[in-house]
Design a protein around this ligand. Structure first.
Ligand code: ADP
Ligand code: ZN
Length: 526
């Protein structure tokens, strides 16, 4: 063991090596450990897989008493505790899955000072019984994991998290460390404010995941494109495929299985036993493709996930980053692949409009969606966009689709004018499909019924295919020149921003349509 005069730094490294078996800290870990171990509060912003756990586990072992970890991930507590027990750390958890007797036993151990770490679900922690218990024990620190759950605007909002400011009031002398992988400015401010962490030192890590290759393709037949992607790029690998709905999860998993791919499904509507069995298989076996809703993955630590695919557009850049971040945690090359089309934009806008939430919430969701759309439509490096979103500067990466095959843009002013005029001529009462038929001069029953074949704009866009018009329309919606009216059968409506374009006062650059191509095997990967 160490001499009595060993510095905190020496003692921290000693714990890291002897307990966890690692030779050095990564990134800010060392600084964070020293700061918290010496009693300071900290706010840690570190991407998924960055190594947040050690930031509170090591200080908990360096300080006297028990470190209390607040985590919403009840399903993972057993695994975390088991992993710690394996390296000789005295850890336990308190949550609703335990019997009364088990809980009593843990409480006794806590009071006797027999625990290094105690994981607690927030709703449990907030009970008077639990708070009294903690007051009767010696607490070394509070770690608040997944701290973005205090944010009312995020998709992981947990009302109990807001009450966690009580910790500061009842245990003013105990250091607190809040950790999250969600780092946008708004969430960060909300965490500081709601958890009263104004005095905390902030540690912000780089969000770049250089080994992940980002790719966003035009959606034609998403499922088929997904299959081609998996077969040509990752036939032997483990991966995750995210879908928006439970139904689509089931259908996609079945489709992939039918094509000889070892696919499993995971969503919150599945029976608990089957869901956890699938998760366990994904973690233990090789080469499993997990088709899932976003219910899957929070806290999942599988280092060799080689690809993460999205068959539907995520609601926000934070979501996209967190989900794609589950790929390549081992640092080896990995892919983030997404198929995205007009229908995604229409669907997401509709979901926001039709939700029961108040206007402020809808506006925030709308802004988040806009940021996601501009990531999809960008003519520049995806990684630069992504990192800028998290407040980080960067240069073109050379490892994303737009860097490797720069998209060609063209002056689409005339096309956009044709599109906007058509929307205007059909009185802003028709959905995308109809508008495109009118543009292309397709005189189907509905077009004739409304006498839209008589309009001056009928057929002005006959020189372009339906797919091309869908791509143009998608970008025009992403640019905010048109909106989709959810309350009116997805009718397209002009916005204020459309005026200068219609008047010829403003030009529009769009991405040239590229026919979805089959991916080339091992293309350009060194
Ligand atoms: P996060 O909670 O930020 O997603 P984890 O704490 O689960 O990340 O750590 C991710 C992985 O990195 C784990 O497998 C962990 O053992 C490993 N890891 C963390 N810190 C180090 C380190 N200093 N040296 C080596 N491996 C590390
Ligand atoms: Zn790039």
């Amino acid at each position: 063991s160490l001499p009595a005069a060993a510095t905190l730094q020496d003692r921290a490294l000693h714990v890291l090596e002897t307990v966890f078996g690692y030779s050095s800290f990564r990134g800010h870990q060392g600084e964070i450990v020293r700061h918290v171990a010496s009693g300071g509060d900290a706010l840690v912003l570190m991407p998924t897989g960055g190594g947040k756990s050690l930031c509170y586990q090591v200080p908990a072992l360096l300080r006297e008493g028990t470190g209390v970890v607040v985590s919403p991930l009840i399903a993972l507590m057993q695994d975390q505790v088991d992993a710690l027990a394996e390296v000789g750390v005295r850890a336990a958890f308190l949550n609703s899955t335990q019997s009364f007797d088990e809980a009593l036993n843990i409480e006794r151990r806590l009071r006797q000072g027999d625990l290094d770490l105690l994981y607690v679900a927030p709703e449990r922690l907030m009970t008077p019984r639990c708070l009294e218990l903690l007051e009767a024990a010696r607490i070394s620190l509070f770690a608040i994991d997944e701290a973005h759950c205090v944010s009312q605007w995020g998709h992981d909002f947990r009302p109990e998290y807001i009450k966690l400011s009580v910790l500061h009031e009842r245990f003013p002398q105990v250091p607190r460390i809040a950790l999250t992988a969600t780092a946008d400015q708004q969430t960060r401010e909300e965490i500081i404010h709601r958890l009263q962490l104004e005095e905390a030192q902030q540690f912000v890590s780089s969000f770049d995941r250089p080994n992940i290759r980002y790719q966003i393709v035009e959606k034609a037949n998403g499922r088929k494109q997904l299959l081609d992607f998996i077969k040509s790029e990752h036939p032997e690998d483990a991966g995750i495929v995210y879908c928006l709905s439970r139904k689509k999860v089931e259908e996609t998993a079945e489709f992939l299985r039918g094509e000889g791919i070892n696919a499993l499904a995971y969503h919150a509507g599945m029976e608990y036993a089957l869901r956890t069995a699938n998760q366990a298989r994904f973690l233990r076996e090789d080469r499993i493709v997990m088709v899932a809703t976003i219910a899957f993955g929070m806290g999942i630590d599988k280092p060799d996930v080689r690809f993460v695919c999205h068959l539907d557009l995520p609601k926000s850049v934070e979501g996209y980053y967190q989900e794609t971040g589950r790929a390549g945690r081992d640092g080896q090359p990995a892919d983030a692949w997404m198929a995205y089309g007009l229908q995604d934009v229409v669907q997401q806008r509709r979901m926001i409009d039709e939700s029961e939430a108040d206007e402020t919430f809808k506006r925030v969701q709308g802004t988040k969606l806009d940021a996601m759309l501009s990531l999809c439509e960008t003519l520049h490096c995806r990684r630069v966009r992504l990192l800028n979103y998290f407040g980080q500067e960067a240069g073109p990466c050379g490892n994303c689709d737009t860097c490797m095959t720069p998209p060609v843009s063209f002056d689409a002013t005339v096309e956009v004018q044709k599109l906007l005029s058509t929307v205007y001529r059909v009185e802003q009462r028709f959905a995308p499909g109809h508008v495109i038929e009118v543009l292309r001069g397709i005189d189907g029953d509905r077009v004739k019924q409304w006498r839209h074949d008589q309009l001056s704009v009928f057929g002005v866009g006959s020189d372009r295919s339906e797919a091309e018009w869908r791509a143009i329309l998608r970008q025009v919606i992403a640019l905010g020149l048109l909106t989709v009216d959810a309350e009116n059968y997805s009718a397209l409506k002009l916005t204020e921003a459309a005026r200068p374009v219609l008047r010829g006062e403003q030009n529009v650059q769009l991405r040239q349509y590229q026919k979805p191509a089959k991916p080339k095997r091992g293309s350009q990967r060194s």
